[in-house]
Design a protein. Structure first.
Lengths: 225, 225
DNA sequence: GCAACTTTGTTCCTGCGTTCACAAGCGGCT
DNA sequence: AGCCGCTTGTGAACGCAGGAACAAAGTTGC
């Protein structure tokens, strides 16, 4: 028997499922037992129809006329996303940002566990952050091999990010989250996801100034009819 | 004389323009004077045709048969994005992540200047980070009004993010970058951009396990029949 | 001066994501 | 038991981003 449902869930949907899961957890803590798509969508900041379509990728999991049972839906999403499955992560580059991530509690509750913090600076090595000890980046390959880490996070300066990325990929890491402001080249079979904080600010600023122009506060730069 | 070009540049294009700008800056530092779309696209990790389409939103700025002049293109993108224009930003929530952002040098070179760091904890108030002193969140409205800050960054715990957001919006901040894991509600005319680190990891992990499933290495965790 | 090569700018097209709208199904009320 | 209202799940249309192919334009060599 084959599954009639296509196994591919759009990436945008996956991102929203994670958001829904967080909202559902908050609702469960609040004692709610059921919730409608409209209410859930409002809390997540999306369109109700889009939410239902996202959830349809999991198969029918609601009751018509009533809504979704919070517990059931929460479990279903957790299972699909693989929450609870422990995932070993390594983090390279223990600067300000790296320290913040290592110390952030939001990962552990989702099954992400840092099994190695690495830095090249002798001043950093040996420090304890978030319950782990910073190790020399020389040990990177050994730790990845020993722990079978599948996720690597790069928070190094841009200059060394590519070489760190190469070493992670060579050591067997299949998924890389990159905070360094460079575009990484990786071999096939390795996923890279980039988070660029200054680009986010830049886009935000551009939208702001574009909105000012549209608002006609100062000379309306509209094309006249 | 009106500009015949439509003023709306797609958001995705704006984000890529910021990336191109970074690559161009690196090229200029390396002494390059011209660059082709193919080379620039490779360095930015995008399709050459897409890059040319992005650049076409700025009007013709290349020379056929030669390529783009690095200096000219760099200036053009900078002007469109508003780089160089100084933008006052306030940062609320000086935890690990907030400290990292306040101390990150990548913002100042793009014209983003933090004019206020705020926290509610007395233990944090008075600390100096990145050349600024952490102030009480009580002073938030006064500082925003005095500095005409247009951008606010929220790195507080989730529980207080909405109230901070409300205060920022009421004080006149028009663009908000939110790192707290909640969906913020804002009045019309205010832009919010959300960066959710744990969602990024979640998506990465899901793509990884999905890739494993497709590879047929082991049977994917099917719902039993 | 002319031809050939290189590279841009544009156009078409395909696919995806989002939104709207409606049929199907379930609980509650009479 | 039967009807009504509410909510889900799905099908269709719309708009948008991404990719490939092509024409225009400029340079280089002869």
């Amino acid at each position: 028997m084959i599954q009639p449902r296509p196994r591919t869930i759009p990436e945008a949907t996956v991102a929203r499922l994670a958001v829904y899961l967080r909202v559902l957890t908050a609702l469960a803590d609040g004692g709610r037992s059921t919730v409608s798509s409209g209410e859930l969508a409002a809390a997540a900041g999306v369109n109700p129809a889009g939410l239902r379509k996202d959830l349809s990728h999991l198969g029918p999991c609601g009751v018509r006329g009533v809504g979704y049972e919070v517990r059931t839906l929460s479990d279903r999403i957790s299972r699909v996303l693989g929450v609870g499955r422990s995932r070993a992560c390594v983090l390279v580059g223990i600067g300000n940002l790296g320290s913040a991530l290592a110390d952030y509690g939001g990962f552990g509750s989702r099954g992400f566990e840092f099994v190695g913090l690495f830095d090249a600076s002798p001043a950093r090595i040996g420090q304890r952050i978030g319950g782990h000890t910073v190790r020399s980046v020389e040990e990177l390959e050994d730790v990845v091999a020993a722990t079978q880490a599948s996720i690597g996070v790069i928070t190094t300066p841009a200059e060394v990010a590519q070489s760190v990325c190469d070493r992670l990929a060579a050591a067997g890491v299949k998924s890389i989250l990159n905070f360094a402001p460079v575009t990484l080249a990786v071999p096939a079979g390795v996923d890279v996801r980039k988070v660029d904080l200054s680009v986010e600010l830049q886009v935000l600023a551009f939208l702001g100034q574009q909105r000012l122009g549209r608002a006609g506060q100062l000379e309306p730069v509209e094309e006249p009819a």
